[in-house]
Design a binder for this molecule. Sequence first.
Ligand code: SAM
Length: 253
Amino acid sequence: MIREGDRVLLIDRRGKRYLVAVSNREFHTDLGVLDLGELIGKDHGTSISSHRGETFRVLKPDINDIIAKMQRGPQIVHPKDAGIIIAYAGISSGDTVVEAGAGSGALTLFLANVVGPQGRVISYEVREDHAEIARKNVEMAGFSDRVTIKLGNIYEGIEEDHADHIVLDLPQPEKVLPHAIEVLRPGGYFVAYTPCANQVHRFFQAFQEYRGEFYKPRVVEVLVREHEVKRECMRPKTTMLAHTGYITFLRKL
Ligand code: SAM
């Protein structure tokens, strides 16, 4: 049931999506004005009509809807990469994940969604302005109960004494290796997302000193080829998001 203060996803006849907080107020669109108070007490899946008779479907937003509509600062981790980070590292309900940098908080939200209310995500961010954006997005997603955005430089150390996993999206993940081996539980993953091949190369040069601490490394990049589905023709789209980043996985022994 939809309550006052809940966020809902509205979809109009053109497929345009709106993420709105429900309260006794009007919401203006180019297809007319909606009285959002009408939604209180209704179930997700209902419809609402504008004063011009245009119908909007009402859904419960999922994590992708929230990330699509949230405030952006630095470049976010794409869902295809977040998905494989979570799957390959086996991140699950109740886990404690130490992350850096928080950036816009997109990967933070994917992680928070998976660790659930019993889990924790502690995300270091060195820039105050980025930390502020990430904090706002965490609050908007309703994950303040399980996420801490920490202003700090993770290269200087990890204050937590335990992490099930460490997930990094920053320029020099090798600088976190000496701190990671102190706090990462055996069996937990060290994951580094880096856009450039030379960053991966530099990482593995530094890694040699720590290789006895980890099971054999794995580096992947994820290519998703989307298809157009039309009545008369289904075929791959002519453009695709090709390279985003390399993802390095190390499992602590
Ligand atoms: N993964 C984030 C997301 O999905 O929204 C985006 C991360 S953004 C590309 C990289 C962030 O790392 C920046 O906000 C930057 O300020 C932060 N950063 C860089 N070096 C850092 C460090 N040593 N400690 C903490 N944060 C750092």
